[in-house]
Design a protein around this ligand. Sequence first.
Ligand SMILES: [Zn+2]
Ligand SMILES: [Zn+2]
Length: 76
Amino acid sequence: MPATCCVECKEDIGRRSALICADCGGLFHYPDSRIDEVGRACGVHVIGFRSLLGRDAVPLCLRCDMAFRLRFGVPS
Ligand SMILES: [Zn+2]
Ligand SMILES: [Zn+2]
């Protein structure tokens, strides 16, 4: 699979914004609200757990997010 495809919907990222999952490294569509980009996020969101990760905001796909929460016992 080319690296420019969204892992979730399998469509080209093209000129749209995307996030890279910090865990599995997959690419996911993620509309950039700062530039009023329309569209939907493809199975990815940004979480912030400074105490656990040492970073303010980390993009994780829903699969990795689930695994992460299980591993650290974080309620969703
Ligand atoms: Zn997508
Ligand atoms: Zn992931």
